[in-house]
Design a protein around this ligand. Structure first.
Ligand code: FCB
Length: 460
């Protein structure tokens, strides 16, 4: 028999997007270039040579998009600010026209009773800062704090939730180690340095936000986290799990929530960390009111000596369901929430000077790519997405029933958009976008989500 899963009254239902993926207007109103502009304009990086120059033109169509959010019934919208719209050179000169855009967006959201969740960095670093070394350069952390202060000064009379980073691990590892994302660098030391400086910049920005805030604010960060499973029960594969979990999950969770760093567990980390992690850094990083979790899939690994750093490689287990990008594994969101709660949120006696209150947690991204299209009657029947959502949100509910205090759930994404190296081939939206005409259509999954929000739960 189906059961009706009820969520707490104040549970936050939202959708997420990011500046580079939806805004377009890549060189308008004084915006400077970001590493993503450079990356997409260099042949060979993006599927079919596609770019986010226009993407879904949210910069001009944001009112229409807020109206869609309202129609779906969202409580909250998580978006990111393009740093290079605000500070075209990365530091120094402020471009008021850039701030004006987010000002208009925030007002439009509030007018429609949608809470803005503002993220300061979703990977689009100003190119002039990359020219000075990018995230491997410690100065970038200070530049980020300067930028955070400028945005806070302008918007904190209305914006209460401030997320510093989206997936700093991906920005560091895919940007500077695998090179799959901008700036496309393949240097393991640069990646480790980047990760530390991204985390440090979170701490420095948290100070700047608190210093400039016009009212009470909550400061958070969003992490990509995956449960890691062994390909077999062999000792070697189980050891590979420990190493992969350390690099993938603990590398961000430990500094943010425990004030320690597991970097030393890797040879390259050991080599760097004496000079990289300066006295006081870890205390600064550990500053968090809200932990956002992005969950898409699990990671299954097997021992592989050839693979640098972790001596492990990811495999695709057989007999499972897959989307165009990942394995579909709904239980993973439950496993993750349970583990984070047990290892990081259950208060442990803090060492002196490192006391911190337990942060709130939320799912800040979860979703699935589906090759959607308009049917003859103009509807988009994306059943697979609805199934994915049902199964994953039910697992969030299961974790909550087991005592994990999850405060909200944000779907990735509000609408189809530019999916990084995949270009426009992977559609993640609750809203279908015809990329030629910019016509928006709410998909069946969007109507389903809307009903869930209205009822604050669903039959499962
Ligand atoms: C996450 C990113 C987001 C989007 C989804 C599919 O890692 O934060 O921008 O690309 O994956």
């Amino acid at each position: 028999m189906d059961e009706f899963l009820v969520f707490p009254k104040d549970f936050v239902w939202g959708c997420a997007t990011s500046s580079y993926q939806v805004e377009g207007a890549w060189n308008e109103d004084g915006k400077g270039p970001s590493i993503w502009d450079t990356f997409v304009h260099t042949p060979g990086h993006i599927k079919n040579g596609e770019t986010g120059d226009i993407t879904v033109d949210h910069y001009h169509l944001f009112k229409e998009d807020v109206a869609l959010m309202k129609e779906i019934g969202l409580d909250a919208y998580r978006f990111s600010v393009a740093w290079s719209r605000i500070l075209p050179e990365g530091t120094g000169r402020v471009n008021q026209a850039g701030l004006d855009f987010y000002d208009r967006l925030v007002d439009e959201l509030l007018k429609n009773k949608i809470e803005p969740y503002l993220c300061l960095f979703h990977w689009d670093l100003p190119q002039p800062l990359q020219d000075k070394g990018g995230w491997p350069n410690r100065d970038t952390s200070h530049a980020f704090a300067e930028y955070a202060g400028v945005v806070t000064e302008r918007l904190s009379d209305r914006v209460k939730i401030w997320m510093t980073h989206n997936e700093p691990w991906v920005a560091a590892m895919a940007g500077y180690f695998s090179g799959e994302l901008a700036p496309g660098i393949t240097d393991v030391q640069a990646a480790f340095k980047s990760l530390h400086h991204l985390l440090l910049s979170h701490g420095l920005a948290a100070e700047a936000i608190r210093a400039h805030a016009k009212g009470s604010v909550k400061i958070g960060i969003t992490l990509n986290l995956n449960p890691v499973h062994p390909a077999s029960e062999s000792r070697k594969d189980r050891d590979a799990v420990v190493r992969m979990d350390t690099i993938l999950n603990r590398a961000t969770l430990d500094p943010l929530l425990k004030g320690s760093s597991p970097m030393q567990e890797f040879a390259v980390g050991k080599l760097l960390s004496r000079t990289l992690i300066k006295p006081g850094d870890l205390e600064k990083i550990r500053s968090l009111d809200l932990l956002g979790i992005n969950y898409y899939t699990r990671t299954v690994v097997k021992y592989d000596r050839k693979f640098p750093v972790v001596a492990a490689t990811q495999i695709q287990p057989e007999g499972r369901e897959y989307s165009g990008m990942w394995e579909i594994y709904p239980e993973g969101i439950y496993e993750l929430l349970m583990r984070i709660n047990a290892d990081y949120l259950t208060p442990v006696p803090a060492s002196k000077g490192m006391e911190q209150k337990t942060p709130e947690i939320m799912i800040t991204e979860n979703g699935v790519p589906v090759p959607d299209g308009l049917d003859f009657d103009g509807r988009v029947r994306d059943e697979r997405r609805t199934h994915y959502l049902r199964d994953h949100i039910a697992q969030v509910h299961r974790a909550m029933a087991a005592g994990v205090p999850v405060k909200g759930y944000f779907h990735w994404s509000l609408m189809d958009n530019f999916e990084w190296a995949h270009g426009y081939a992977q559609r993640f939206g609750l809203v279908y976008v015809d990329f030629k005409t910019q016509q928006r259509t709410i998909k069946e999954s969007g109507y389903w989500f809307s009903k869930v929000i209205k009822q604050n739960g669903f039959e499962y």
